[in-house]
Design a protein around this ligand. Structure first.
Ligand SMILES: [Zn+2]
Length: 199
């Protein structure tokens, strides 16, 4: 069972060589069709499959918040951020860690509001927090939660061994070869099997 925006999702594992993950966001079920049932294997697959799903949830919420507060942002994307929750560029592009969808709904919303507030105020001075509190009256509580609990809620965290020694920007693709999940790093053009990575 995992929680996505405060909703319980049942995780169902079927033994199959297809290495696919299907998210049923109506019945709130996640089907893993994989040969391995190791949690790390499943969650690594999820790391790839959840990005488009997370982007959809993030864009929906951003639209709602913009209707409420009149934000104007540029592009929204999911980045390979392991410990950060989001960022806002000087061009008004918003980037998010897909794993913020694993936070409670109100904290997820807070992360979006934090980056949206950066559209107006780039720093983290008093002015920034005063503005953020106007959008989210529980901003300080949510900020404390993020510092204490945030990365603990990540399924794929920065301490996973596959990130050591692999350029951060290079962790981009998952490939499936001979029924084994392979990670190809963009920079190194190197294949490592999951078995090697999690040993
Ligand atoms: Zn910030």
């Amino acid at each position: 069972m995992i929680q996505i925006l405060s909703q319980n999702y049942q995780e169902i594992h079927n033994k199959s060589a297809s290495n696919t993950v299907i998210i049923d966001d109506i019945e709130h079920k996640i089907y893993y069709n994989t040969s391995s049932s190791s949690k790390k294997h499943l969650h690594l697959l999820l790391d790839k499959k959840f990005r488009p799903f997370a982007l959809k949830l993030i864009k929906n919420e951003l639209r709602e918040l913009s209707k409420l507060h009149g934000f104007e942002y540029n592009r929204v994307s999911i980045k390979n951020q392991r410990s950060r929750f989001g960022s806002c560029s000087s061009l008004g592009n918003l980037n998010f860690n897909w794993q913020i969808i694993l936070f409670p709904q109100e904290v997820f919303r807070h992360v979006l509001l934090h980056e949206l507030t950066h559209l107006k105020i780039k720093n983290h001075k008093h002015e920034f927090y005063n503005q953020l509190i106007e959008y989210d009256p529980d901003a300080l509580k949510h900020n404390r939660w993020l510092k204490k609990e945030g990365t603990k809620h990540f399924l794929v965290n920065k301490n996973l061994p596959f990130l050591r020694g692999v350029p951060r920007r290079g962790v981009g693709f998952l490939h499936f070869q001979n029924n084994r999940t392979m990670i190809r790093t963009k920079n190194l053009r190197q294949y490592k099997s999951l078995f090697d990575l999690f040993r």
